[in-house]
Design a protein around this ligand. Sequence first.
Ligand SMILES: [Zn+2]
Length: 218
Amino acid sequence: MGLAVSCPRCGGRMRPPGLAHSQWLCDLDGVVPPLYTVSQVHAEVMAVAAAKASQWGVPLWCPWPLPPGWMVTGLAWAGDDHTGVSATAVACSGPAPLGNGPADVVLVAEEPGVGLGSRIAGIPGPDPGPYLAKLVAAQGSHAKVKAAGHPTPMWSVETPDDRSAYAGEAKGRWLFAVAFPAAAGYLLAETPVLHDLTEWLPGEMVYGAPSLRLTTPD
Ligand SMILES: [Zn+2]
């Protein structure tokens, strides 16, 4: 399978373990788990990722069933057999509301401190905990999704104008849902059912051309 390696926090290149150091290194962020991004997602690679994530207890979230016309278009995970999987990301793409071109939604599950969800959401990272704690203390949840059958409150977080994002916690990991453009955030309100692909992989899932939201470095 085609896999690109990048830094989960900044998206930059990483230096592989070598003689001088035994761990993956980012010049900006130091030791971080390598982020593996699949060049083209399909059923076989999704099954491999689901097995890896399951082994380390990290969910692999996907809206399911997908809205009409939507496809799974991206897949990434942070960590390997040495570090353990500490984050997963699934991208889905489809028609935006009101015919405004294509839209993307990225679901991230991660352990505190990985920084992938914060980067995709465009919020200060790497751990959203302190930021979310303030939101949670100040107001009730902004969305209630059903994650693996459990009602899960999520909070809208402040993002750059080109996207909207919700964050919460499910299955003991941070859960981020980021929609591009911002108006596509309606999907979370209208299709708020998230399925953990590590539990079962729907055979009828449709895969499409790679989403630019889970990009691979050159
Ligand atoms: Zn980095």
